[in-house]
Design a protein around this ligand. Structure first.
Ligand SMILES: [Zn+2]
Length: 396
């Protein structure tokens, strides 16, 4: 089973625009209400008997069950009888909002993400199940059939690949307009490329975007640093404007468009880097960011640049398309091992840019050393003969 996500621009009518906006508002309200319910429940359990505040005591009875995804879906069903507004969006769309909230909690429990926050704005909603042929062509245009919204014109900038079905559609609102993210699924089992040829391990980092086991260092484009400072300056300007004035909303729109521009450029950079890696080798190994037991160093990386997750999924996609073997390995402690003699060298300070092994004398850039350990672990996981790094013999 193979999943792909393709994004297309939507060209909705004014009425459809209004409907989408309205649904987004309702989704946001449902999300925030459900989060409030979960938050209240957590708070009511937090205090011990002696210090329980009155407010918390009366909000929720002691035996109230924890609001889970299933319970909240049920509550939503009941709320529909009382609040007609909730009947407007498709049922599945609202249930997906609750699922999204559940996912935010799971990310907090399993991966140490922060407590979910209330949403100021909802950017997208999902139709999780669709009937066949939701994308059709007639009257010289392409259309996507969205339940309860109807046929919306779609700009099919690239064709949906042969053998794939549309499984899910996410409608996204951005500063530059409305988009549809189509999750395409191919039911035919597609074998992954075999491990072969030259292998590359990569280490994602802060100083350099990534380091390879071949010793290449790829930097973030200068653009990201400049882009951030431009964004900050725009936000400072926004603070000086009067809220709800024309200038304010103009600037707000400008900021939103700039955000979009940055994220598009980031994606572009990720694709280019992924292709570049595929040019270098036939097998690519990366660290797995989604492991529960993340070392402190990894956690820090993860929070500092959310782009890593996106890069890895783009990399796996590009590797697939270009018939390269791709695998993720457990990366905890990769910077604490010597790739030449496997000695545990201990935690390095962030300022220590060089790996220098006191046992064998191997010396290289610290991120390159980590990438080499990633490659060795990747090979070891499939029972491949290990590679040695560094000049000369290992044990004399
Ligand atoms: Zn060593």
């Amino acid at each position: 089973m193979l999943n792909l996500t393709y994004e297309y621009k939507l060209i909705p009518t004014d009425a459809q625009r209004e409907t989408i906006d309205q649904w987004l508002t309702i989704c946001r309200k449902v999300y925030n209400f459900a989060l409030r319910e979960r938050k209240d429940w957590v708070n009511s359990r937090k205090c011990d008997v002696n210090s329980c505040s009155i407010r918390q005591e009366y909000t929720i009875p002691a035996d109230a069950p924890r609001p889970t995804f299933a319970r909240q879906c049920k509550t939503l069903g009941q709320a529909k009888q009382l609040i007609p507004e909730l009947k407007l969006p498709h049922t599945h769309v609202l249930q997906q909002v609750l699922r999204q909230l559940e996912a935010a909690f799971v990310a907090m429990w399993d991966r140490g993400h922060g407590f979910p926050r209330f949403k100021q704005r909802m950017r997208s909603f999902v139709f999780p199940q669709l009937n066949l042929e939701s994308v059709q062509r007639f009257e010289g245009a392409d259309w996507v059939n969205l339940p309860k919204i109807g046929r919306v014109k779609i700009h099919l900038s690239r064709p949906i690949p042969e053998g794939f079905e549309v499984k899910q559609i996410r409608v996204v609102k951005r500063a530059s307009g409305y988009y549809a993210m189509l999750t395409l699924q191919c039911d035919v089992e597609v074998p992954q490329a075999l491990l072969s040829g030259h292998g590359i391990g990569i280490d994602l980092g802060l100083e350099h975007f990534l380091a390879t086991s071949d010793g290449e260092l790829i930097d973030r484009p200068r653009f990201f640093v400049d882009g951030q400072s431009k964004l900050k300056s725009l936000q400072r300007q926004l603070k000086r404007k009067k809220k709800r004035s024309r200038k304010y909303s103009q600037l707000q729109h400008q900021i939103a468009k700039y955000h979009e521009y940055i994220s598009n450029s980031r994606k572009d950079f990720h694709f280019k880097t992924a292709h570049h890696l595929c040019d270098q080798g036939q097998s690519v190994f990366a660290e797995d960011l989604n492991l529960k037991a993340m070392s402190a160093g990894m956690l820090c990386k993860h929070t500092l640049d959310a782009g890593f997750g996106q890069f890895l999924s783009i990399l796996s996609h590009v590797c697939f398309k270009r018939d390269r073997y791709f695998a993720k390995v457990n990366a905890s402690g990769t910077s604490q091992t010597c790739p030449r003699c496997q000695t545990h060298t201990g935690r390095k300070e962030l300022s220590e840019r060089v790996h220098q092994c006191s046992e064998c004398g191997y010396q290289t850039n610290r991120d390159v050393a980590a990438a080499q350990v990633v490659l060795q672990r990747g090979y070891a996981a499939v029972g491949h003969i290990a590679v040695n790094f560094g000049e000369g013999k290992l044990h004399e």
